[in-house]
Design a binder for this molecule. Structure first.
Ligand code: ZN
Length: 147
């Protein structure tokens, strides 16, 4: 097993190689020098999605949402809190299905909010409906593939 991971930067989306043992030590991006883990979900669009979904080695949890959706807005702080807990082992991201209809269509999002968990570029789990922070964390950990 490789002892380092490719991690996409939440700011500039550059791929960084991070030694597994240093994942917890607040690594920074080699290109933009920003922290690779800031404890917040990263906002993704068509141009940045693949860097985190398929090119990064980190599992990716995506919240597909829309600004007009009340349950989505209610879940937002829970998702934010879950990011603080699940990083640096999982990257959390938000996709606004209204401004990114291509991504919503690509992944067949029929209702929002919908959480989709990806690992190594493949969808491993999906759940529709708003969830509390603890439920998000538990559901994600239960569905993560073993390393
Ligand atoms: Zn960067």
């Amino acid at each position: 097993m490789d002892d380092s991971l490719k991690v996409a930067c939440p700011q500039c989306h550059a791929l960084n190689r991070v030694p597994l043992l240093r994942l917890d030590e607040a690594p920074t991006c080699g290109r933009c020098r920003k922290p690779l883990f800031a404890g917040h979900p990263v906002v993704l669009g068509v141009d940045s999605f693949a860097a985190h979904q398929s090119r990064s080695d980190l599992p990716l949890l995506v919240d597909f949402w829309a600004p007009w959706c009340q349950p989505c807005l209610m879940m937002a702080p829970n998702f934010e809190a879950a990011a603080g807990e699940l990083e640096p082992n999982v990257r959390l991201a938000k996709v606004d299905t209204q401004s990114e209809p291509t991504l919503a269509q690509q992944f067949g999002i029929r209702s929002i909010p919908t959480l989709v968990l990806f690992a190594r570029g493949q969808e491993v789990a999906r759940k529709a409906g708003a969830m509390g922070a603890l439920d998000i964390i538990r559901w994600t950990q239960a569905n993560l593939p073993r390393r």
